[in-house]
Design a protein around this ligand. Structure first.
Ligand code: AMP
Length: 258
């Protein structure tokens, strides 16, 4: 990957990078389309990163379908799928920890122990291997985006971080590889998450919004907050509403920038 990347750069090509965990859907593809428009080469990585799953999370059962993903990528004109094994990415037990506690200890970081340390480690490794001019991240994982953006600034990566809008089903449900865990009834219930975000355009009374979200009995709220979109601190004047909720046993996240 390194050899290809430096040969491309010598020829004056620009590299757009889309990191994913595979099980690709149109949300991922919107990132690819943007990367295609803005660069001469597109690299998409597929790596279900063990370091970002806490014990007891869904690492083992996370959906994987390389052949389907490969077809998706060919159709969309991805130049290279970077598809390393866990052994290649982590040949030895890692000693390096990259942590951004101010951004990572809140919201999803509160319940997903070590999750963002796994994310920052793998993204740093991927950036060092691929050395892209631009990297594309979805707004759906907004906290991840803020962490990567800060990491990139702090460590002087020569990579521009591009935030891409959330792609949704017609019902409003944000596309996610984890949506395949939902049965029909749960999928219907999950629509309440987007409905709550839409309601946040009318009121930012969080108690009222939480009541509305909880009216759907299959939903268990992990957090529903109005936060500052830069610091992620809870702020009554913030512009970002973030939700994490279980629908049955499936944990979903979503957000809206007001
Ligand atoms: P994942 O494979 O879930 O790790 O996601 C890889 C990238 O795709 C991340 O930057 C996500 O934020 C982004 N992504 C996932 N779902 C969506 C979506 N519905 N719309 C836009 N981007 C998404």
């Amino acid at each position: 990957m390194r050899e290809i990347s430096s040969a491309w750069k010598k020829k004056g090509e620009t590299i757009g990078f889309v990191p994913t965990m595979g099980c690709l859907h149109p949300g991922h593809m919107s990132l690819v389309e943007r990367a295609k428009n803005e660069n001469s080469k597109v690299v998409l990585s597929i790596f279900v990163n063990p370091a970002q799953f806490a014990p007891g999370e869904d690492f083992e059962r996370y959906p994987r379908d390389f052949e389907r993903d490969e077809k998706f990528c060919k159709k969309k004109g991805v130049d290279i799928i970077f598809y390393p094994s866990a052994g290649e990415m982590y040949p030895a037990k890692n000693s390096t920890v990259i942590s951004l506690p101010r951004l990572a200890n809140k919201l999803c970081g509160k319940t997903r122990a070590g999750h963002f340390k796994g994310v920052t480690l793998v993204v740093t490794k991927l950036f060092n291997i691929i050395s892209p001019q631009k990297a594309y991240f979805g707004q759906k994982d907004y906290q991840q985006y803020r962490i990567i953006q800060t990491l990139t600034d702090d460590l002087n990566f020569p990579t521009e971080i591009v935030l891409c809008p959330i792609v949704r089903e017609e019902s409003g449900l944000a596309l996610s590889s984890r949506n395949i865990y939902l049965n029909k009834r749960e999928k219907k219930a999950a629509e309440r998450i987007y409905a709550t975000l839409m309601k946040a355009k009318e009121t930012t009374n969080m108690r009222e919004l939480e009541e509305f979200l909880k009216e759907e009995e299959l939903i268990t709220v992990e957090y529903l907050k109005l936060v500052d979109s830069y610091t992620l601190h809870t702020n009554a004047k913030g512009s970002l509403v973030v939700i994490a909720a279980y629908v049955g046993k499936t944990r979903l996240i979503d957000n809206i920038l007001l």
